[in-house]
Design a protein. Structure first.
Length: 228
């Protein structure tokens, strides 16, 4: 899969791309990530990509022209799936991550400043938000998308079960997990998990997943029922 990220701060991505799963996925050639600094496509003398808002108001607004020019510079961009990171977009979740993992090429536009010229919306396929709060820019949101999508790609985690057991993948939270020591400060690992009975372990995990979801995120169960 190919990711192309439009941002005026490409250096922000250095850390996340050189560690852990994303580093491995890049090394295996499973993902290809490219960055375009759309400041390079500004036609102003001082390479500005923002300006004051027509009608007045605080802050600066991201201009449409540098974004458009940057998009046009991407080979085969018309066939890529274009995402605009914005708090006004639909909230990102695991279901959306699975859907996006089927794409061949994703372009992510990272907004900044007070907002962006509304005409930018004419050149994208979807607007995505990572939650009901506001960040300084879309770069952190883009990192979240790239990470959550990449771990769903074949060969990244080594086994499909690794992500199929994750919280939210099947609409519920993940079951409790334990490792050595078997007992710590009087707290013991549930007997069923060391019984060797795989059928009982699987049953226990499903029950605990349902119980934990009912206790912590009953809204997830409601959504599952509505979608049935």
């Amino acid at each position: 899969m190919k990711f192309t990220i439009l941002t005026i701060f490409p250096e922000m991505f250095n850390g996340i791309l050189t560690e852990s799963i994303l580093k491995r996925a890049r090394g295996l050639g499973i993902i290809d990530i490219n960055f375009i600094n759309f400041r390079d496509f500004s036609t102003s003398k001082h390479k500005r990509v923002d300006d004051y808002s027509f009608g007045g108001g605080p802050g600066l607004v991201l201009a449409v022209e540098p974004i458009y020019r940057a998009l046009q510079s991407i080979p085969d961009q018309e066939n890529a799936y274009k995402i605009l990171m914005t708090p006004q977009g639909k909230t990102f979740n695991q279901k959306e991550a699975v859907k996006l993992s089927k794409k061949d090429h994703i372009i992510i536009i990272c907004g900044h400043y007070e907002g962006f010229d509304d005409r930018i919306r004419h050149f994208i396929d979807v607007e995505i938000s990572i939650g009901d709060y506001v960040l300084t820019g879309g770069e952190i949101g883009a990192m979240i998308l790239v990470d959550s999508i990449t771990r769903l790609l074949p060969g990244v985690l080594g086994s499909d079960e690794s992500f199929e057991q994750d919280s939210f993948y099947n609409g519920m939270l993940e079951y409790p997990q334990y490792t050595r020591p078997q007992e710590f400060m009087g707290m013991k690992v549930p007997d069923v998990l060391i019984s060797g009975n795989h059928a009982e372990v699987d049953k226990w995990r499903k029950e605990q997943s349902l119980k934990r979801t009912q206790e912590r995120r009953p809204d997830l169960l409601k959504k599952t029922k509505e979608n049935d």
